[in-house]
Ligand binder design. Structure first.
Ligand SMILES: [Zn+2]
Length: 444
C-alpha cells in the first residue's frame, strides 16, 4: 500500500475546514492516504504514477449520507393497487411489498447497480439503510461484498421493525449485532463501517426500541433511523405507539453524535433543540421528500440553530450533485425568498456530510488534506468564468455538476475512469439485474 500516485494538471478544490482553490494544483497520494496537496511545482513527483486531470477540477469524492440500495428494482414496477394516496400507503403498497420479495441475490444486484452509478457520479462513500425481511441473515455482508467489488466506502445497517412480527424483528436485531461486531470500530478497515439501523418510530414498539438501544449501546454503535419523515411518525396513525418520535428516541437513549436521524420534517423547535443538545446528526433528503409529498424539512431553521444536517438521496438518485441542486431549489421554493438555500445546500453536502462521515471511519474523509483518506474525483469542468475561493460555491452549484466525472479514486485506488467502473462488467451486471428484477416482479 505504499504506491505513490500524483494527480496533477487541474484546479484543486480541497474543501475541509480551511478550503483552498489551487490553480494548476496537484495531489500526491501514498497508499490509501493523501500525502501532499499544493501547486504542481510544490508537490514532489518523484517515483509516482502520474494521472493527468486534463485541466479539470480535482476534489474530494462525494458522500451520500442516507440511502437504500434495496430499492433498485422499483424502477418501472407496476403497483398492484390504486396509486398510494399518502405516505403509509406508499410504504404498504410499494416498499413493504418489494423488500419482502428480495432474495440475497437480489440484494447483491440491487446494490451493485447504484454503487456503480454513484461512483460514475463521483460518490465514493454511501451510508445505506437496508431492508429485506425474508432474506435478513447475511444481507449486510452481501452488500459489503458488492461495495468492496465496486470499491465504494460504505457504512451499513439493517432496519429493524415490528411490522413483520417478532421473529423478523429479532432477525433484524441479530443482523445488526453480527455485522457491528465484525465491522464497527475495526481499526484498519477504512472501507467499511456499521451502524444500528431501525425503520421508524411508527413501526417500533417500546420493547423493540429499548432492546435495540441496549444492544447498540453495548457495541458503542450509532443509530440510523427515519425520523418524522411524515406526520404518521408523529400522529400514531398505526395505532400503537403514541409519543413524539424525538422524545421516544431520547427516552431510549438513542440520540448522540453517532446517530443519524433521516428527514426530521415534522418536528418543532423544542425537538430541534433536543437533537442539537445531543449532537445528533440530521440528514435531509429533498428529492425523496418531494416525491413522497411529505413536506419540506426546516433545514434553514435547523442550520441556524446549529444542528448538523447532511444530505442524502434516500435512493431517489445515486448522484449527489442532483440532490444538491434540489436541496437548493426546494428552500427557495418553500420560503419564497431568493436568498434562501444556496449556501445551506453547499454546506450540507460539502461540509456537514464529511463531518458526519468522518465519525464512522478511522481517518477523515471528504477533504483533500495530508493524512486524510484518499477519495479523489476529477470532474471534466473547465470554468468559463474565474473560479476562486470567493465564488467557489457558485461553481460547485452551477458549474461543476454540469460536467462529467472523469475519474474516481477511493481509498487510494483508481476505481472509475471515463465513465467505466474498473473491475466490474456493468453490462453483465445490468443483464443479470434485469432478469432478477423480472422474477422479483412476478413474486411480489
Ligand atoms: Zn430512507
Amino acid at each position: 500500500m505504499n504506491t505513490k500516485t500524483l494527480i496533477s494538471n487541474g484546479i484543486v478544490v480541497t474543501l475541509g475546514n480551511n478550503p483552498q482553490v489551487i490553480e494548476d494544483g496537484a495531489v500526491l497520494i501514498r497508499g490509501n492516504l493523501i500525502e501532499q496537496v499544493g501547486r504542481r511545482d510544490e508537490v514532489s513527483a518523484e517515483g509516482c504514477t502520474r494521472i493527468d486531470a486534463g485541466g479539470g477540477v480535482i476534489m474530494p469524492g462525494l458522500i451520500n449520507a442516507h440511502n437504500h440500495f434495496y430499492s433498485t428494482f422499483a424502477c418501472g414496477i407496476a403497483l398492484k393497487d390504486d396509486p398510494p394516496a399518502n405516505f403509509v400507503e406508499i410504504l404498504e403498497r410499494l416498499w413493504w411489498r418489494l423488500d419482502k420479495a428480495l432474495t440475497l441475490e437480489d440484494v447483491r444486484y440491487s446494490s451493485l447497480i447504484p454503487l456503480c452509478r454513484g461512483l460514475r457520479a463521483g460518490t465514493t462513500t454511501v451510508f445505506d439503510h437496508h431492508a429485506s425481511p425474508t432474506a435478513i441473515r447475511g444481507s449486510l455482508e452481501t452488500i459489503a461484498k458488492a461495495a468492496g467489488e465496486v470499491g465504494v466506502r460504505t457504512c451499513l445497517c439493517y432496519e429493524v421493525s415490528d411490522r413483520d412480527g417478532p421473529d423478523t424483528m429479532r432477525r433484524g436485531l441479530d443482523e445488526n449485532v453480527t455485522f457491528l461486531k465484525a465491522h464497527h470500530d475495526n481499526g484498519e478497515d477504512t472501507m467499511l463501517s456499521a451502524m444500528f439501523g431501525l425503520h421508524a418510530s411508527m413501526t417500533l414498539s417500546e420493547e423493540t426500541l429499548f432492546r435495540a438501544s441496549e444492544l447498540g449501546r453495548e457495541l458503542n454503535a450509532g443509530f440510523h433511523i427515519h425520523t418524522a419523515e411524515s406526520t404518521f411518525d408523529q400522529k400514531d396513525s398505526l395505532g400503537k405507539y403514541g409519543a413524539r418520535v424525538v422524545r421516544r428516541l431520547a427516552d431510549a437513549d438513542m440520540l448522540g453524535d453517532k446517530t443519524i436521524c433521516a428527514h426530521c420534517i415534522h418536528l418543532d423547535d423544542a425537538e430541534f433543540e433536543t437533537l442539537l443538545d445531543s449532537g445528533t446528526n440530521v440528514v435531509h433528503n429533498p428529492q425523496s421528500n418531494m416525491n413522497n409529498a411529505v413536506g419540506a424539512a426546516a433545514v434553514l431553521r435547523m442550520l441556524s440553530m446549529g444542528v448538523q444536517i447532511g444530505l442524502g438521496t434516500d435512493a431517489m438518485t445515486a448522484n449527489m450533485f442532483d440532490e444538491l441542486r434540489v436541496a437548493h431549489l426546494l428552500q427557495k421554493h418553500v420560503t419564497a425568498d431568493p436568498r434562501a438555500g444556496f449556501v445551506e445546500a453547499c454546506r450540507m453536502l460539502f461540509e456537514n456530510n464529511r463531518r458526519i462521515a468522518s465519525k464512522f471511519f478511522t481517518k477523515p474523509i471528504g477533504v483533500l488534506e495530508p493524512g486524510c483518506l484518499a477519495d479523489v474525483i476529477v470532474v471534466g469542468y473547465t470554468p468559463a468564468t474565474p473560479l476562486h475561493m470567493d465564488n467557489l460555491w457558485g461553481h460547485m452549484m452551477f458549474g461543476v455538476p454540469t460536467a462529467p466525472v472523469r475519474l474516481a479514486m477511493v481509498n487510494g485506488q483508481l476505481r472509475m475512469r471515463d465513465g467505466v467502473v474498473l473491475g466490474v462488467d456493468e453490462e453483465e451486471v445490468a443483464i443479470k439485474s434485469r432478469e432478477l428484477a423480472r422474477r422479483m416482479w412476478e413474486r411480489w
